[in-house]
Design a binder for this molecule. Sequence first.
Ligand code: NAD
Length: 371
Amino acid sequence: MSTFEMISKHGDHEQVIFCHDKNVGLKAIIAIHNTVLGPALGGTRMFNYKNEDEALIDVLRLSKGMTYKASAAGLNLGGGKAVILGDSKTQKTEGLFRAFGQFVNSLNGKYITAEDVGTSVNDMEHIYMETPWVTGIPKDFGGSGDPSPYTAHGVLMGIKAAAHEKLGTDSLKGMRIAVQGLGNVGSNLVKYLVEEGAKVIIADIDQVRVKAHHDKYGVEVVAPDQILFTECDIQAPCAMGAIVNDQTIGKFRCKVIAGGANNQLAEARHGDQLRELGILYAPDYVVNAGGLMNVFVELEGYSPDRAFEKTKRVYDNVKKVFEISKRDNIGTHTAADRLAEERIKTIGYLKQHHPGKSNRSFTTLKEVNNR
Ligand code: NAD
């Protein structure tokens, strides 16, 4: 398949940029999927891809996902992503990231980068030396640092919205909530859930993390291969993707699935199957958008309080998905895509046709400081 055929197949992207600098060993691809709502924001992944086609498909798929995530989150951001081809453990250098930063800079803010798998705050610092179009920079540079507490707080809001929809209350007091994965997101979520008075059940393949959480909160522990099938009100997957698949779908004993992990459905049809089973699925990319909201606030001039406030919007966003699901009689996973697409269509129309049209995306640091 030709490169252009691949781009058409994976989302009809606006622009795909191949970045090459042999002096520093840089091979990278930036994919800008859609900028109708605003500049394309998405992290830079560094990964040892088997070949260039695999890297291209990954960046096309991930950048399209960012368009949907930003739109459903109600942010004035488009979708983009970048991949650097290479081993993140052995091939990172300052020169590599600064060269990449120069490519980002050449796009004049049409693409804004951030951390992702295989890249760190330090790498963002090197990119920042070449371009202002980077988020997730260190706190001492005015950045927002680790997004996980904000992601987790958004997940809490998503869980509350789903509980309200399915169980008639958004108080989580006394509810049994299973959390798979006690990493950056899961550990923050457990803290919030315990504060809410929920009966939390935990599992992780890392037994040190399990013990630390058990000792700190006195929460129930189950084996990692049992957590998904434990009897509970809400499953909150916060580890890896594709946890709803042909093998697991018949074994869930919960009323709601709402968690932070990306790509929870192995395939879209599993979303329909959950619906048939009467399990309410709160779509992952709507629920876990708190981290994206956090870096969006960084573009405006970072304030932890404003970022925290923003993550509360996940509640309404998840509710909107449920409304569309009922309105159109479709699964919530499809409803989330529809929410994102409808917003892009409406705002795109306004930007083109409205007499008072503006291309404003976000307020600037100066405006924020003048408030
Ligand atoms: P992490 O690597 O810090 O934590 C993942 C945890 O899951 C680890 O403790 C790991 O041991 C555990 N785990 C892995 N396989 C498991 C299994 N089979 N059973 C039980 N536990 C298992 O990752 P994270 O940053 O907390 O992210 C968790 C998920 O949320 C990922 O899918 C990620 O893509 C998604 N996400 C994270 C953020 C963020 O801000 N960090 C934002 C959006 C989405």
